[in-house]
Structures are given as structure tokens and as C-alpha cells.
Design a protein around this ligand. Sequence first.
Ligand SMILES: Cc1cc2nc3c(=O)[nH]c(=O)nc-3n(C[C@H](O)[C@H](O)[C@H](O)COP(=O)(O)O)c2cc1C
Length: 317
Amino acid sequence: MNIWDNLPTPFFVLAPMDDVTDTVFRRVVASCAPPDLYFTEFVNVEALQSPGRDKTLPRLKFTPKEKPLIAQIWGLNPENFYKAAQDMVEMGFDGIDLNFGCPDKNVVRNGTCSAFILPENRERALEIIQATREGASSLPVSVKTRLGYTGPDLSWHELLLKQKLNALSIHGRTKVQMSKVPADWDRIGEISKLRDDVSPATKIIGNGDVLTRQQGQELARKHGVDGIMIGRGIFNDPFVFAADSPWQSWSRQQKIGLYKKHVELFAATWTNNERAIRTLNKFCKVYINGFDGAKELREQLMQASTTDDLVTILTAA
Ligand SMILES: Cc1cc2nc3c(=O)[nH]c(=O)nc-3n(C[C@H](O)[C@H](O)[C@H](O)COP(=O)(O)O)c2cc1C
């Protein structure tokens, strides 16, 4: 079964976010209001083939609660994509997504991720799609990218659509725009129309600045996309995928309880320091927010250096 053909319309996806959407946070989101589909953080295929493979594998950890789940990979060497795709089949992922959108200067300098949008790198991008497909056997292969490099460039999306991908996620900004301007949903709509002509079976997922499920439904209808991907919106509301989010009316104790649950899951999952405790700080801001004394409690929590200390503070709060 191909997961992309078995989703509601529109479907909702939790965006891949480095140091955020690991197995722990995906389980927290699943317990609040699950999306229709999850992505892992991006995982480097070169690292998977290096002696440091064991350091990278925790990024691919998951439990049955976070399904269906797509593994997102990035890198430069097609052979390593082939081998990574074989790994993903063995690990039980529901699909493989290629990161052709990250604008980080270090990855772009190496000619990967959003650098594939540049015409001189497109041939390599096609080789990577081909190699991944060969390794993936029957697993679907998708791409996540941006509107263009310096400006919107639909010749890039046309080329990708010609590869008959199972899905194409579009973050509605260019590489140089990073995240500094509002997402351009009209352009995302143009890519949906292009899809109708070039590859009608490819699912189009719109991404950028969606803060509520209702807003996502409206954008999907207006711009003709099949799915809506939400990233930072989850920081505003852990129940962002709910039809009727209760978050605004949640009490101080409920919010503290949810953070405590997150910290306990973190402690039970990362027993060998696979994740730095500082990665919890951005979640602290999500849960410990919107009630009297939240700022003072956050300051106290951010100084804790062990998960035991965090749990003690949260239990006493
Ligand atoms: C902290 C953070 C980490 C991210 N990591 C990834 C990643 O690993 N892979 C990826 O394709 N995009 C990554 N992104 C981009 C998001 O998936 C998404 O495209 C972007 O945040 C725009 O969507 P939003 O407005 O809903 O947040 C990241 C974004 C943030 C804020």
C-alpha cells in the first residue's frame, strides 16, 4: 500500500524540524492531536555510511505511535542515498523524503539541499531521486523543496514533477528568503496547477505560516493542494492538528503536566545522552507559557542540568 494514496483530503502533516520532531516530541504531539502523517528530522546519508553511523541512528528512532512516518534524508552522494533507502525499507518507514530545501549556508556550500534548485546541480538531484528509488523498492519517494533559489522558479518544480514523485512539499519561500518574508501561497497554488498538467498523481503539500487547522483547510481549498504541512505552528499550540483545540483554555497545571510528560519521555528514551538537555529549552517555551509566573518558572527550568532536576521543579510547581 502506498501511504500517499491513503490519506484524507486535505491531509495534515507535522513538518520535519531538526532537534524538534524526534521520537519524543512526535509522541507528545500524537497524544495531543495526531496529524495524518509525520516526518523525521533530516538525516544525513553520508553520516549513515560513516563510522559515526551510531551517532546518527537515534534521529531515526520511532515507535508505532508515530505512524505513518516518512524518513527525511539529505546528502550529496547518490550511492549513499541508495544505501540509506535500503535502510529505511528495513527499518519500517512508510516513505522516503528528499530534502531539497534546507537553506543553511553549510549545506548549501557543499552543493546539497536547496543548492539542488540551481540549474548546475539539477542533474545530480535527478541522480539522487533515481538512486533512492532503486534502494527504496516499493516505498514511495517524495521531495520537500522551496519556491526557488533567488526568485520563484517553476522550471525546477516542473522538472521534479516530470519524475512522477509520489509527493512534493513546497515551502512557500525561496532559498534567499530563508524565513524572513511571509510564505507565498499563490505560488504554491501555481505549482498545484502545474501538477495537474505534468503529473496528476503527485500529491502537493503546501507549507508555510499555517497556525491553525482551519487556516490550513482554507488554504488547501483556495490553492488546490492535497496536504498542509505545519512546522512552527506546533510551538503556538501542541493541539494544532485538532478540529477544536483546547489549548487556550488549558490550565497552568495541565501545561506543566504536559511538559513533565515530555521530559519523562525524553529521559526514558535518551538514556545515553543521545540528545542534549538544552534541546528541551525550546519546548519549555511552548508549554510554560500564558499563565501567571510562567516567565519565572521558565527561568528556573532553563537552569536545570539534568532531567531529574527538571522533573523535581515541575512536580513542585
Ligand atoms: C527548528 C527548525 C528545524 C527545521 N528542520 C528542518 C528539517 O530537518 N527538514 C526540513 O525539510 N525542513 C526543516 N525545517 C523547515 C520546516 O520543515 C518548514 O518548512 C518551515 O518551518 C516552514 O513551515 P512553518 O511556517 O509551518 O514553520 C525546519 C524549521 C525549523 C523552524
